[in-house]
Design a protein. Structure first.
Lengths: 318, 146
């Protein structure tokens, strides 16, 4: 075996934490069970590594084998599905005697979890389960219903089972998992391949066929084009992720142009809740300025939604 | 409107408010139709502000108001009486047409083209002012009587 390959294997193995070493070697599947059994993993790391490298030399490890080992090490945290499921289930079962937990693995490294909640004294309610989708290659999980009682417990189970330190609730809610994924993983700005993209810009922007008739003159064409450009810069050419709501909780002082307004004299901030709802909120916002209903550019509070990955805001005076 | 058969050459200028940008040469304008969306207070406000920029001579039959959205009463934020009063103030006819409905649009288009032809002087014997007084006399009792 080449010296450089030996060196590379040695350095790669040195980087692996001891508690993951056996798992990785098994996943690599280059050294046999018997060979691995000959190693005393309780020794000092340098000795273990030396022994392993010697075994690899015996078996004539090639560059490709070494490269494969490297890839396996790079696999983020080498997520162990079985360990995650066991850990998750155990945490919930220890806290609540009565809980039903089921798992289903899908492609894209996603695990779907169904939890039916009970209490110490009542059986789990199978009619109001919570669904969680955890993408093991990412630090994100999506949950279905808003729990009150069991939210902290669920958070704890997810955190510990996935070996993270902390869980943060994002202010992002929607009925459409794909849209949530698109926003969270920042995948919404991929160019959408469709026949629309081949029509000339002018026609597409102005919408109707009839606008190509030379007997129609748009007096405000400059403004129209400005609005189109701003809209495109803000929202892009691609279809927007689908959200149904945007909610703004305001706690701000009332500002008024009128002098002596009673509301403006209040010392405490006013509390006010503004909720926008639509079957497809972001597309609706995108169409506001071109339709002449709002001025362009729109308020950044509206346009920041996919970027900030939030649709529930709390706004206070600075 | 452009789909209508019309002996005269028809051109439509679309603007979202007045005054029009002055940097352009335009042919003579024969008819101004203010489209008011009854669902939007902004639409009414915009119209009222634009009216201030219209030369007085247009109000001799070359202005009319077109109110859309009356069909969906629950969405209306402007009361009918408001637009009636506006049209009365400016001595100009008020037409109703839900522009979202294809059939209504077609009928209104026909009507507007005929009006336009009269206003442009293309109909012998009838002037814009004649048309205006004809339309006025067919309206119901005046607002004061209501």
């Amino acid at each position: 075996m080449d010296e450089t390959v030996a060196e590379f294997i040695k350095r790669t193995i040195l980087k692996i934490p001891m508690n993951e070493l056996i798992t990785i070697l098994k996943a690599w599947d280059f050294l046999s069970e018997n060979q691995l059994q000959t190693i005393n993993f309780r020794q000092r790391k340098e000795s273990v590594v030396q022994h392993l490298v010697w075994l690899c030399e015996e078996k004539q490890a090639s560059v490709n084998d070494a490269a494969l080992l490297d890839i396996i090490c790079e696999d983020v945290d080498l997520f162990d599905m079985k360990q995650f499921k066991n850990s998750f289930k155990k945490i919930l079962q220890r806290a609540l005697k009565n809980v039903t937990v089921s798992f289903r693995e899908t492609e894209e490294n996603a695990v779907w979890i169904r939890i039916a909640w009970g209490t110490q004294y009542t059986k789990p309610n199978q009619y109001k389960p919570t669904y969680v989708v955890y993408y093991s290659q990412t630090p994100y999980a999506f949950t279905s219903s808003r729990l009150r009682r069991n939210a902290p417990l669920l958070g704890q189970a997810l955190t510990v089972a996935s070996k993270h330190h902390q869980i943060v609730k994002m202010d992002l809610r929607s009925r459409y998992l794909d849209s949530l994924k698109a926003i969270v993983f920042k995948q919404y700005n991929q160019i959408f391949e469709s026949h629309n993209s081949t029509t000339p810009l002018q026609e597409r922007n102005l919408g109707l066929d009839v606008n190509m008739d030379s007997r129609i003159i748009h007096e405000n064409i400059v403004e129209k084009e400005r609005v189109q450009q701003i809209t495109q810069e803000t929202f892009g050419d691609y279809p927007q992720p689908q959200l149904e709501f945007a909610q703004y909780k305001l706690e701000t002082k009332f500002k008024s142009d009128l002098n002596g307004s009673i509301l403006a004299e209040r010392e405490e901030p006013l509390r006010c809740l503004i909720k926008f709802s639509s079957p497809h909120l972001l597309e609706a916002l995108k169409s506001l300025a071109p339709a002449g209903i709002a001025d362009a550019p729109l308020s950044p509070l509206l346009t920041c939604i996919p970027n900030k990955r939030m649709n529930y805001f709390k706004i206070r005076d600075k | 409107m452009l789909k209508e058969d019309c002996a005269s050459e028809l051109k439509v200028h679309l603007a979202k408010s007045l005054p029009l940008p002055s940097s352009v040469n335009r042919p003579r304008i024969d008819l101004i139709v203010f489209v008011i969306n009854l669902h939007s207070k902004y639409s009414l406000q915009n119209t009222e502000e634009s009216l201030r920029h219209v030369d007085a001579s247009f109000f001799l039959g070359k202005v009319c108001f077109l109110a859309t959205g009356a069909g969906r009463e629950s969405h209306c934020s402007i009361h009918r009486h408001t637009v009636v009063k506006l049209a009365h103030t400016y001595q100009s006819p008020l037409l109703y047409c839900d522009l979202e409905v294809e059939a209504f649009r077609a009928t209104m288009a026909q009507r507007l083209v005929r009006m336009l032809q009269v206003c442009a002087g293309h109909v012998p014997g009838v002037s814009a002012l004649n048309l205006l007084s004809l339309l006025r006399s067919s309206e119901g009792p005046s607002l004061e009587d209501m």
